[in-house]
Ligand binder design. Structure first.
Ligand code: AVJ
Length: 320
């Protein structure tokens, strides 16, 4: 990176698109059609998600930010300084940047699926923190992944804010946390944001806001799929649906056909009946004890947690 002499900034390669075609098709052709939430995040989707984060209805981002503002000094005492911060789903890297003045990492490793977004964010951040070695990686965290040797192993702190863990099924969340535990030496840890179970109406409104930004975010998925598959989804034929499934403790997002719909792509297609839907996202909500139990099953020792006065959101630090 020319602007940051002495620092390594690995250019992020675009994700390999092989396999995505097959994965998308099989999800769309399943009896209950579904897609992975990773397909939300094309360039437009990443911008729409940033807009979601400033919606009044979407409490997680600001609640988590307030928890960090209030408790960051104590977090730094508990966690200690130095080492490598590995930012899982870094996005615009803004959340991690707030940790730097207190945690003083030697290395910062932002990981995100959206390569363009990440490259822009990291080159800006490197100017502000020229003394921190930055190594950007483009990985699909929902697939098998390994950290490359450039990632130092003195003391790895996985940073996983925003409650993105909620996109995993609980069993997959456990596998994911176990994988993180195996990536840490004896001095590692995880600082993770977890959205908590609360009133179903508050939850549902957070995913069905009055401006329709979440609806646009959900519908934009069809445009992304059209580009990836060469399909002919018409956005006007679909509507956003979001609700809290209390039995499974998760928000579900769907795209529902407003009428009978025919969709075609190069090597396939599908008819949807009016009211039929594509399941586009799950966002699991946890209690603090249940999530602590999950961390402990994964081999971490939950050291501390911080929450807001309503207990809507928790930030949990667990160590090896
Ligand atoms: C990025 C997975 C944390 O589940 O709240 C926000 C995604 N989807 N609004 C969430 C999302 C619709 C978000 N995560």
């Amino acid at each position: 990176h020319p602007g940051a002499a002495g620092n390594v900034l690995h250019p992020v390669p675009p994700l390999p698109r092989a396999g995505e075609h097959a994965e998308l098709c099989s999800g769309l052709l399943a009896s209950r059609a579904h897609t992975s939430p990773k397909y939300f995040y094309d360039a437009m989707g990443s911008v729409l998600f940033e807009a979601i984060c400033v919606l009044p209805e979407y409490y997680p981002t600001r609640t988590e930010a307030a928890i960090f503002s209030t408790h960051l000094p104590q977090m730094a005492e508990v966690i200690g300084t130095g080492g490598t911060i590995i930012d899982l789903g870094a996005g615009n890297c803004a959340k991690a940047a707030r940790l730097f003045p207190l945690l003083h990492p030697h290395q910062y490793v932002p990981i995100d699926i959206s390569a363009d977004h990440l490259n822009d964010a990291v080159s800006r951040l490197q100017q502000r923190f020229p003394h921190i070695e930055m190594t950007a990686l483009s990985l699909d965290l929902a697939q098998d992944w390994q950290l490359p040797p450039e990632v130092r192993n003195e003391r790895r702190l996985f940073f996983y804010p925003g409650s993105s863990i909620g996109n995993f099924e609980p069993a997959q969340a456990l596998d994911f946390l176990r994988h993180l535990r195996l990536c840490c030496d004896n001095n590692g840890g995880i600082l993770i944001g977890v959205d908590l179970i609360k009133d179903a109406q508050i939850l549902a409104t957070a995913y069905d806001d009055h401006l329709g930004v979440t609806a646009a975010f959900n519908l934009n998925l069809l445009r992304h799929i059209n580009r990836l598959l060469g399909s002919d989804f018409a956005l006007s034929q679909w509507q956003h649906r979001a609700f809290f499934n209390s039995r499974q403790s998760r928000i579900e997002m769907h795209l529902e056909a407003k009428q009978d719909v025919q969709v075609r792509w190069a090597d396939g297609g599908r008819d949807f009946r009016q009211g039929e839907s594509i399941h586009t996202e799950n966002s699991y909500k946890y209690s603090i004890p249940d999530f602590v139990a999950l961390l402990e099953q994964a081999g971490f020792i939950a050291a501390h947690h911080w929450t807001d006065s309503d207990e809507w959101f928790a930030v949990i630090y667990a160590q090896t």
